[in-house]
Design a protein around this ligand. Structure first.
Ligand SMILES: [Zn+2]
Length: 305
């Protein structure tokens, strides 16, 4: 009885092993060594399925870029507001290897510091100075070769449309700026400046003119423009030059690398808005502009004050 049972158990185990062996052969050996057509099709379908899925994942990832990272375009360039223009130039200036040495104004520390405080309370900031060796003379103005080239190309394009743009003022040294300021403050007793009696007069001057060390013209990248028969910059905002440059978020100016220097709006920079002054930062920087570009604007100047 027991022996009989044992025989059945052995037969059962042999059958079980046989079945397991068949299963293993079918599953691994036969399938891979001699794949049948239907298996090949299955594999091919599997591969396609995987590829399609990868594409779908990639497309999905493109679609889920957060809304705040999408930059709206104004014409060919990302849109910028007044503060963007100001901040971008400040960043550009910081990366432009300029010299940030402090320059004297009247060579009287008490007077100079008093004037600096008045200027800085209006929003003026110390500016970097261009290396004069890199500045070139061009039609009675001074600037960098790349700014001249951009200006000449832009002026020629405007000329074709009957619009006449003039380059009125470019790079200025601290000596040049000092002469302008001294002319405007002629007749006053400079040693009495710290008493405050000239505050109104000085404030009026600071609305249009920077102290030595505080003008963007020191950087070599600032340009004052005139238009047509009018070389006086103060009427520039009502000229067809300004209309051409400023349309569609300054698209035409941007095409040549220029942006407004003291635009209307944004935080106070010192002078009143100056529609005639532009700064050059290159078209490439403007093409690639995004708010992320400006994330490091609050970092201290590398060789600064
Ligand atoms: Zn200017």
């Amino acid at each position: 009885m027991f022996q009989g049972n044992k025989k059945y158990i052995v037969i059962f185990l042999v059958l079980l092993l046989w079945g397991a062996a068949l299963f293993v052969v079918e599953r691994f050996s036969l399938l891979h060594t001699f794949p049948q057509e239907e298996h090949q099709e299955e594999l091919a379908q599997d591969d396609n399925f995987e590829e399609v899925n990868v594409e779908k994942v990639e497309m999905f990832q493109e679609e889920v870029i957060p809304e705040e990272e999408k930059i709206p375009f104004c014409g060919l360039f990302p849109c910028m507001d007044a503060q963007d223009f100001v901040d971008l130039f400040n960043l550009f200036e910081r990366n432009a290897h300029l010299s940030f040495l402090r320059k004297y104004i009247f060579q009287d520390e008490l007077v100079d510091n008093y004037l600096r405080n008045l200027a800085e309370s209006r929003g003026y900031q110390q500016r970097g100075f261009a290396d004069p060796k890199k500045i070139i003379h061009f039609e009675n103005v001074e600037t960098y070769p790349e700014v001249r080239d951009a200006y000449v190309r832009m002026r020629n394009e405007m000329m074709k449309e009957g619009i006449r743009l003039h380059f009125v003022s470019g790079y200025r040294s601290s000596t040049h700026q000092r002469t302008l300021i001294k002319n405007k403050l002629m007749g006053i007793q400079t040693e009495l400046i710290p008493s405050g009696i000239y505050d109104d007069l000085i404030d009026k001057m600071l609305k249009v003119s920077a102290l030595p060390g505080y003008s963007k013209h020191h950087t070599g990248y600032a340009v004052d423009f005139g238009c047509g028969d009018d070389y006086l910059v103060y009427s520039f905002a009502s000229t067809n030059c300004y209309e051409w440059l400023s349309a569609e978020n300054f698209e035409n100016a941007k095409r040549f690398g220029f942006i407004p220097s003291y635009p209307e709006g944004g935080r106070p920079q010192g002078p009143d808005p100056e529609p005639w002054e532009f700064v050059w930062v290159s078209p490439d920087i403007l093409k690639n502009f995004s708010p992320k570009t400006l994330e490091n604007t609050e970092e201290p100047l590398e060789n600064g004050l």
